[in-house]
Design a protein. Structure first.
Length: 262
């Protein structure tokens, strides 16, 4: 039997069928849009994944160079941490945040704003100035790489969560909502067809009942005329109750038909 799967509890009517078909069309459209959104997010997710892998490998190499450069500075000039802390007055790097829209998903992006100049130009003036300058540039590159990695990692985590939620929605619409609406439509159509068949059968029964009553009335009339000795064919049929003698329509409410009982 059609519509035997999970369906909605609804009274089978033409209006309910129209509304269910409209809802099914909306569910199919939403499924298509969510599938396209999922594909776009997945494409961007894979691109970010490749960038994250490259940034992590780059970060490892840069931090290795930074550690070696700091060791060179310590060997050439000794510990300069206190000198840098005393001469540093403001931040040399600032991070700016912006937003990027990918298929309705807002992804944060971070950019490095490097302030020109420095507050510890005199560090390493006596000895090791070249090593200090090289270490400063390497660590600046490390900070830029770190900010880039943070931006990619944040977008990666947000996209991962959004893709999971979108997949759940797509699967729910595809495997739950659409089959339920399909079964509901099949159920309503089967019930409406059954109602049409019942109505047709009832009309046929009513028509057969009226025909049997007319035949019985005609047979009785002929029998009565035969008892009276008159020719049944020569006697005109009785006037229909719908028309009066003068041809005008009679009052139909004045008469009442007998109930038809099968």
């Amino acid at each position: 039997m059609s519509g035997t799967g999970p369906r909605e509890s609804i009274f089978p009517t033409r209006m309910a069928l129209t509304n269910t078909k409209t809802r099914l069309k909306g569910a199919q459209t939403g499924h298509s849009l969510l599938a396209k959104k999922r594909d776009a997010l997945t494409t961007r997710f894979r691109a970010i994944l490749r960038k994250v892998d490259e940034a992590k490998r780059k970060m490892g190499r840069v931090m290795q160079l930074a550690s070696f450069s700091l060791a060179e500075v310590a060997y050439a000039t000794g510990d300069i941490a206190y000198l840098v802390q005393e001469q540093a007055k403001s931040a040399s790097f600032k991070v700016k945040a912006k937003q990027e829209n990918v298929s309705g998903v807002v992804l944060p992006a971070f950019e490095v704003d490097r302030v020109p100049g420095t507050d510890f130009n005199l560090t390493g003036l006596g000895r090791g100035g070249q090593q200090v300058l090289r270490s400063k540039e390497v660590y600046a590159k490390a900070v830029e790489t770190l900010v880039e990695l943070a931006s990619l990692q944040t977008a990666f985590m947000i996209l991962d969560e959004v893709i999971r939620a979108t997949n759940r929605r797509v699967n729910a619409i595809e495997h739950v909502v659409i089959p339920r609406l399909d079964n509901t439509i099949k159920y309503i159509m089967s019930e409406l067809d059954e109602m049409d068949r019942e109505e047709f059968f009832r009309l046929k029964k009513v028509q057969g009942k009226k025909k049997r009553d007319a035949d019985a009335a005609e047979a009785k009339r002929k029998a009565d005329l035969a008892e009276q000795g008159a020719d049944p064919d020569s006697v005109p049929l009785p006037v229909e109750p719908e028309l009066a003698d003068d041809g005008e329509a009679a009052n139909l409410l004045s008469s009442k038909d007998n109930d038809v009982i099968f």
